[in-house]
Design a protein around this ligand. Structure first.
Ligand SMILES: C[S@@+](CC[C@H](N)C(=O)[O-])C[C@H]1O[C@@H](n2cnc3c(N)ncnc32)[C@H](O)[C@@H]1O
Length: 255
């Protein structure tokens, strides 16, 4: 029996709490800004949950991620649905055709290689959507990474999986390192699953500037969970961006 990996436990330990909060925020943003779409690029799609939910509503989804292992799980989950998967870094994103809507959620933009890479990535997003198309993305704030995650050790139990999160906030670099160790039942014993991520704690000013440099208009920015206006005091900044320009034709269907 193959040893489990981070991708194998993601849908039990990491994803659900976030999706429960993200999906209503997404639907709210779509309704508030009258966003119409029939094609979506789900960038840094992870295990493909969002891609699958959209495909089940008749949307064509181009889902991509840098991790082949996450894509392995996404491929199994999305089999038989209108989801095209590809392994690629978001900084150099390429889509088969310009899409109506691009999503990049759950800290994925915090994981770019450098602050300059945030601009590069948003420019790649701009090129991937049609004129008049939208981006919905969210980032953990600097405050959230510095204070809520901070530096220390966090223990959690989810079903039969124990997790320990070792976190280190580097204030000078503005960067957080998060190291997860999960103890997972496996083959009559346990297996240790580890994962390490580094996230930039961007200030809102840095993100807003990157958005402008990339040529987007920010239609809305919210603190995702209370849905109040987004500021550096938020936990998670939830952005709705628009690429200026008029679409040649409005998409017919809408999720
Ligand atoms: C916290 S997960 C979020 C996954 C998914 N969006 C979700 O909501 O469950 C972050 C994802 O970003 C991906 N990722 C990190 N850096 C990336 C990059 N430079 N390009 C593309 N994907 C990246 C990781 O492999 C991981 O799947």
């Amino acid at each position: 029996m193959t040893r489990p990996t981070f991708a194998d436990i993601y849908d039990r330990v990491i994803g659900p709490d976030f999706w429960e909060l993200w999906w209503p925020a997404f639907e709210r943003a779509v309704a508030a800004h009258h966003i119409r779409f029939s094609t979506v690029a789900d960038v840094a799609c992870g295990t493909g949950e969002t891609a699958l939910r959209l495909a089940m509503r008749g949307i064509r989804v181009f889902a991509s991620d840098i991790s082949g292992d996450m894509l392995r799980v996404a491929r199994a989950k999305c089999a038989g649905h209108t989801v095209t998967l590809s392994e690629q870094a978001m900084e150099t994103l390429a889509v088969p055709e310009p899409v109506d809507l691009l999503l990049c959620c759950y800290d994925s933009l915090n994981m770019v290689e450098s602050p300059q890479a945030l601009v590069t990535t948003l420019r790649a997003f701009h090129a991937a959507i049609r004129p008049g198309g939208h981006v919905i993305c969210d980032l953990a704030t600097r405050r959230h990474l510095a204070r809520d995650w901070g530096t220390g050790e966090i223990h959690a139990v989810t079903g039969d999986i124990d997790t320990v999160w070792h976190t280190a906030w580097n204030a000078r670099a503005g960067r957080s390192t998060i190291h997860l160790t999960a103890t997972v039942p496996h083959a009559g014993g346990v297996a240790l699953v580890t994962c390490r991520v580094r996230e930039w704690g961007f200030t809102k000013a840095v993100v807003d500037d990157a958005i402008r440099q990339a040529g987007f208009i920010a239609l809305d920015v919210r603190d995702m969970i209370p849905w109040t206006p987004g500021s550096d005091a938020a936990q998670r900044l939830f952005y709705v961006l628009r690429r200026p320009g008029r679409p040649h034709a409005q998409p017919e269907n809408q999720a």
